[in-house]
Design a protein around this ligand. Sequence first.
Ligand code: HEM
Length: 212
Amino acid sequence: MSGFATRLRKATMVEHREAETRSFISRLMAGSVPRAGFGALTAQYLIVYRELEAAAETMRGNAIAAPFADPALSRVPALEADLAYLGGPPEPTAAAQRYADHLRAFCHTSPEHFIAHHYVRYLGDLSGGLLVGRKVAATYGLHDGGVSFYDFDHITDPKAYKIAYRERLDALPLDEERLSVLVAEAQHAFALNGAVFTELGAAYPEAISPAA
Ligand code: HEM
């Protein structure tokens, strides 16, 4: 394996490790985020995915980006249902607002920016995201709602989907300059996510009783 998909994975390995081990998400995995904090995370995702999926709508008309902008991935309806279940309107953190503004500014016109952001969120959702979903359902006892974001009911085989996705990355008809923009933008996407996690971590400190 030496194609662009591998290059992108390697170039974001450090950022991924940080997201996995040092953030709000790792506390979520340890069951030490109060339930309201999980609701707030869902609300931030709704703000972000509305922009990402509005850009996907635009990018369905772009020859380079269209193969990525698959409606089967759409998360907004699931997030709306989850948030209705968990309660509370989306109170945007400053970080989620910045992330959403950035998506709106770059991802409707630049396929390399769009693909970078698309990759960081959806390939993550189809990987560790599935583990996060199982964990939070158990932590908060969410058996009949609140976690449909983590469940891609239009994608029956996430592993096969990711293999096909990586083939699409390998086949991107972009020159080196634009590929390196895509790599840098994926690193930036991790930073934008990290800022949301940092802000939520400060707003929802460690819970002694996880489901409180
Ligand atoms: C506890 C948190 C997390 C765990 C346990 C986790 C775990 C994983 C695992 C096991 C993979 C490899 C899947 C494979 O090779 O098929 C993966 C891939 C990935 N994750 Fe995560 N992850 C976490 C958090 C995140 C976060 C917060 C993001 C982004 C904001 C993210 C983005 C990605 C991406 C983009 C990939 C695809 C890498 C590639 O194949 O190019 N992950 N994750």
